[in-house]
Design a binder for this molecule. Structure first.
Ligand SMILES: [Zn+2]
Length: 206
């Protein structure tokens, strides 16, 4: 444990965010923090070289960057309280609900469409963490139906995992803590690998 709040991780994370990746959770956080939400439920979220204007009432958005504009679908998923919600993007290329979009070939697209899975997600370190998470979710937390409930999410991206009926809360909390720890670890390695990949691309492009 420890080290997640350290400057090193945050710095890497920040650079990844700014450069080429947008996070739908950050869009909603931005609206909350800066009270950007007008009565029309519109937010203008700044990104590198442009902005995303979102209409949270109609679940539509528009990305403008480098003088180009294209539409972006949004999807809201209610939280357990049934009042608040999480915001996701619909990938402009494949239409899948995703949290992160990556800039590639002048288009923001999901990790799969941008083909960033390749080479990065297949690294043995990440494979091992994913296997641990799968074991934790399916065997320990007994959430066998996770793929049925979230066909568009990967094992490392789960948000809510229900408590098994006969499990004590203390045990559930401990297992969830372990899952969140693996999630953080996964993200840290993934971000570092992405940064390296993009540094290589930038070097090639001069
Ligand atoms: Zn896609």
């Amino acid at each position: 444990m420890g080290g997640y709040g350290s400057g090193g991780h945050n710095k890497t994370h920040g650079r990844v965010e700014e450069g080429f990746r947008i996070d739908s959770f950050s869009v909603l956080q931005y609206a909350d923090w800066f009270e950007q939400l007008t009565s029309d439920y519109e937010i203008n979220y700044p990104i590198l070289g442009g902005s995303i204007s979102c209409n949270l009432m109609e679940n539509t958005a528009k990305i403008s960057h480098n003088g180009r504009e294209y539409p972006l679908g949004l999807s809201k998923v209610p939280n357990v309280d049934r009042i608040s919600y999480r915001l996701y993007f619909l990938c402009p290329k494949c239409g899948k609900r995703v949290r992160h979009l990556y800039k590639k070939d002048w288009l923001y697209q999901c990790r799969k469409c941008a083909k960033l899975n390749y080479g990065i997600q297949q690294r043995s370190g990440l494979n091992l963490i994913r296997r641990k998470m799968y074991w934790l979710v399916v065997n320990k937390l007994q959430y066998v139906d996770w793929e049925v409930d979230h066909p568009d999410l990967c094992i490392q991206d789960l948000w809510h995992i229900p408590k098994p009926r006969y499990m004590r809360w203390a045990k559930y909390d401990a297992l969830m803590g372990e899952y969140r720890r693996l999630q953080k670890e996964y993200e840290t390695i993934c971000n570092a690998s992405l940064m390296k990949a993009f540094e290589r691309i930038n070097k090639l492009l001069g």
